[in-house]
Design a protein around this ligand. Structure first.
Ligand code: PLP
Ligand code: ZN
Length: 419
């Protein structure tokens, strides 16, 4: 199928360009590392859609941006509503850090409760376009939950590979949606390699992050939403939790699209936040390394969604921070845990550890003097807190168990209620 607003696919290593139909996933010259970027014909997009037309569009999902996505305008899309998630002002969070303008983008409200629905919705459309009978993915948990849910909505079978240590709530999601779940006795990186082999062997459509060039394209929709929700005045900085780097690469791509279309005037600085136990991009950024020079490293963190020893989208992830004048920051597991109740109590949004890392990153950036108090800042909250209750319970006090009597209540509040 042809989409006339797309020029082709460009290798992020050698720059070689390919016709859409010429390659399946990666640059043939660079094997599995040859991640491709979708190249758009912005003149053709400008002639078919503008900001005023968008403002009239009642569609409240990622599909309001269909003319900017790698799908035909008449492509059928899954029925679950993905995207157009709320961007809430967070004045109390701002005040804690002495800042004047902070917003949080709550992607936990997506159908399977994480940002990954944006990519998986696109994966389902592309798999159906390719006539696939099975879709597969490796995942730390959320990408697979998103794929399983979106695929269930159209009746497409899935096989998923997750580390056996994935949080039980995420595995419950995979199972309830009917996915064939294979718990890998190994790391996410092991699961990733295994999925590449299995997909080739069985001819399954492969959603693997970064390897599949369309996942970034689904993820870039969050950048469109942030800018549209801010009336096309781009924020100064966006804080993004980073594992494989597909989200930060996608946000960068979305912002580059908007600049090319003339819909925004400035490029926000992108702030990538990693966990200290899984921070290869922080090291690479500090040491001025290129993505293709990075080697696999052991990785561990309570924030399971951002544990990746060899970030699969490392080329795009490094470019996102370097080309925007942003920074990479590492936050400890304790800082991540501390951030969960702070975000919840000051905004009403309950997020999983990986998502809380992005707020912990903002706190760190303020401590380091990287942020001016008048900057307009967006913190991306990428997944719901219900995904990982075990971690959350480490961050809150245990409630008392009481007899069902008023006296018992009085003994708890001898002087009435106080904070
Ligand atoms: C996947 C994920 C991330 C990180 O995204 P990458 O593309 O791997 O960098 C962050 N937060 C949550 C909740 C995720 O599921
Ligand atoms: Zn190449």
């Amino acid at each position: 199928m042809f989409t006339n607003h797309i020029l082709g696919l460009k290798c992020t290593i050698c720059g070689e360009e390919y016709e859409l139909s010429a390659v399946d996933y990666v640059c043939p010259k660079h094997g599995d590392d040859g991640i491709l970027d979708v190249v758009y014909d912005y003149d053709s997009i400008t002639s078919s859609v503008d900001r005023e037309m968008l403002a009239q569009d009642p569609e409240r999902s990622i599909w309001r941006y269909k003319p900017l996505l790698p799908v035909p305008l008449d492509a059928p899309v899954p029925p679950l509503r993905v995207g157009w998630t709320p961007l809430y002002p967070a004045p109390r969070l701002a005040e804690r850090s002495g800042l004047n303008h902070v917003w949080i983008k709550d992607d936990g409200v997506n159908p399977t409760a994480s940002f990954k629905d944006r990519a998986s919705a696109l994966a389902v459309v592309k798999a159906q376009e390719a006539g696939a009978s099975v879709v597969t993915t490796a995942s730390t948990g959320n990408a697979a939950a998103a794929l399983a849910g979106l695929a269930a909505s159209v009746g497409l079978p899935t096989v998923i590979f997750v580390p056996k240590t994935a949080p039980p709530a995420k595995i419950a999601q995979h199972l309830v949606y009917g996915a064939r779940v294979l718990l890998v006795d190994g790391t996410y990186d092991d699961a990733f390699e295994l999925t590449l082999k299995a997909a080739r062997e069985f001819g399954w459509y492969n959603r693997n992050t970064a390897y599949n060039p369309y996942m970034t394209e689904g993820k870039k929709t969050a950048a469109y939403e942030i800018c549209e929700q801010l009336d096309w005045v781009a924020p100064d900085r966006i804080f993004i939790p980073v594992g494989d780097g597909c989200i930060i690469g996608g946000i960068h791509k979305g912002l580059k699209d908007l600049l090319a279309l003339g819909w925004i005037d400035t490029m926000p600085k992108l702030m990538g936040v990693q966990a200290t136990g899984s921070a290869p991009l922080v090291t690479a950024w500090e040491c001025d390394m290129q993505g293709w020079e990075m080697q696999p490293q052991p990785a561990t963190s309570i924030a399971d969604s951002i544990v990746a020893g060899l970030p699969r989208d490392r080329n795009k992830a490094l470019a996102a921070v370097r080309e925007t004048g942003g920074a990479y920051l590492a936050v400890s597991d304790q800082e991540i845990l501390d951030a969960i109740p702070i975000v919840a109590r000051n905004t009403g949004v309950f997020c999983e550890p990986a998502a809380a890392a992005s707020y912990a990153g903002l706190v760190k950036a303020v401590d380091k003097g990287l942020v001016d108090k008048d900057e307009r800042i967006v913190v991306l909250l990428t997944g719901s807190g219900l995904k990982d209750i075990t971690s959350t319970m480490k961050t809150v006090p245990e409630p008392p168990i009481i007899a069902p009597t008023l006296d018992a209540v009085k003994s708890i509040f001898p002087n009435g209620f106080s904070h």
